[in-house]
Design a protein around this ligand. Structure first.
Ligand SMILES: Cc1ncc(COP(=O)(O)O)c(C=O)c1O
Length: 388
């Protein structure tokens, strides 16, 4: 039989530990009773065993991991208590003092701070490059020293893309993609030879703004390293959040389709409005990497960013006058959310770093939710029209 589509697999993926329950089961137990000394010994040695001790593993978390691995086309996955838990476990679990990392300058700010403030304390050098330039990645790799290349695509918040084919072909270092803005229904970096893909599953994967969750997928060999570090690192996913992750995976495809529909409609409405200086949406022909988006993303996704011509003051007016979209720091859920990166998600960055990431005082990021796109458009238009 031909392999079924991810939309179909998502419905039943991750149900190994469900017994006869149809919905995900929450195994809310920190520990499990061993059947004897031999069994306890076996479970203590194999941290993939879901019923030993909760920091090693948990049946609900294990089911969430296998569902994500299935959708990514990965051999294995490991969940964490947040996206940052996952990102920091990759860096600290796989890199050592004396190593070198190449990362892009367009990154989620806390990932950037991890590279800038934490890595040097552990003797790890980081070079930042423009992630949209495939040659820049290759030029920054130091043979024998660069242990890891870290990309984020689409990047938070301006939706700049990394060419996955070129990135996955980099020889020598491990390649890691943060795909938070494009979940596995939309984009699968491992298919391009990338070694690890990481998500803040807090966002579209769990998808209802009720879980803080991260997940890393890749080969069994790399995941064995990550698991080994994860039990010492301790940023363990809660079974409640993992169950919310499994719940989210079932509807991920339809939510992304609906959010993409809204985002496309809003991006077109924004483009050409006098209050807007520039719109960034991978589904618009005006996006500088429109063709790349078409090649490597099945859908352009539910996020749109834009620069308001009137800067921060225009942003304040927009947020005060818009009714449906709410000001909150997250994305990928049912509610349409607005974020002002310069004052929130990227507040820790210096002016020159904000500039390198393309973030200005008038930059607004919109995560389209599941409201009717016509209602969202009408509301956005009335708020934009009222900016003085
Ligand atoms: C691209 C990206 N990666 C990682 C993270 C961190 O995820 P979490 O908040 O789940 O730790 C975020 C959070 O916004 C993000 O946008």
């Amino acid at each position: 039989m031909t392999e079924r589509q991810p939309q179909t697999r998502a419905i039943r993926a991750g149900r190994v530990n469900n017994d006869t329950a149809l919905a995900p089961v929450v195994w809310a137990s920190s520990t499990f009773i061993a059947g004897g000394v031999e069994e306890a010994h076996k479970f203590a040695q194999d941290i993939t065993m879901p019923k030993f001790y909760g920091r090693h593993s948990n049946p609900t978390v294990s089911d969430f991991q296998s569902a994500v691995a299935d959708l990514e086309g990965a051999e294995a996955a490991r969940a964490f208590s947040s996206g940052m838990g996952a990102v920091s476990a990759i860096i600290l679990g796989l890199c050592s003092s004396g190593d070198h990392i190449v990362a892009q300058s367009q990154l989620y700010s806390h990932t950037q701070l991890l590279f800038q403030a934490v890595c040097p304390r552990f003797g790890i050098d980081v070079t930042f490059v423009d992630g949209t330039d495939p040659d820049a990645w290759e030029a920054a790799v130091i043979p024998g020293k660069t242990a890891l290349c870290f990309a984020e695509t689409p990047a938070n918040p301006k939706l700049a893309l990394v060419d996955l084919e070129r990135f996955g072909a980099i020889k020598g270092p491990m390649t890691v993609v943060d795909g938070t803005f494009a979940p596995p229904i939309v984009q699968r970096p491992l298919e391009y030879g990338v070694d690890l893909v990481v998500h803040s599953a807090t966002k579209a994967i769990a998808g209802h703004n009720d879980a803080i969750l991260g997940v890393v997928s890749g080969s069994e060999e790399l995941l064995a390293w990550i698991r080994g570090f994860a039990i010492l690192h301790g940023a363990v996913a809660s079974p409640y959040d993992a169950a919310n992750g499994l719940r989210g995976i079932r509807t991920l495809a339809v939510r992304l389709e609906q959010q993409t529909k809204a985002a496309g409609q809003l991006a077109e409405a924004l483009e050409g409005h006098p209050a807007i200086e520039r719109v960034f949406y991978p589904g618009l022909p005006s996006h500088p990497q429109f063709e790349l988006a078409q090649r490597q993303m099945d859908l352009p996704g539910g996020l749109v960013s834009f620069d308001l011509a009137g800067g921060r003051d225009a942003g304040r007016q927009l947020v005060e006058r818009i009714e449906l979209a709410q000001l909150a720091t997250s994305l990928g859920g049912p509610e349409t959310l607005l974020t002002h990166p310069a004052s929130t998600t990227h507040v820790g960055l210096l002016p020159k770093e904000l500039e390198a990431a393309g973030i200005g005082e008038g930059t607004v990021r919109m995560s389209c939710g599941l409201e009717h796109p016509d209602d969202l458009e009408a509301d956005l238009r009335q708020a934009l029209d009222s900016i003085s």
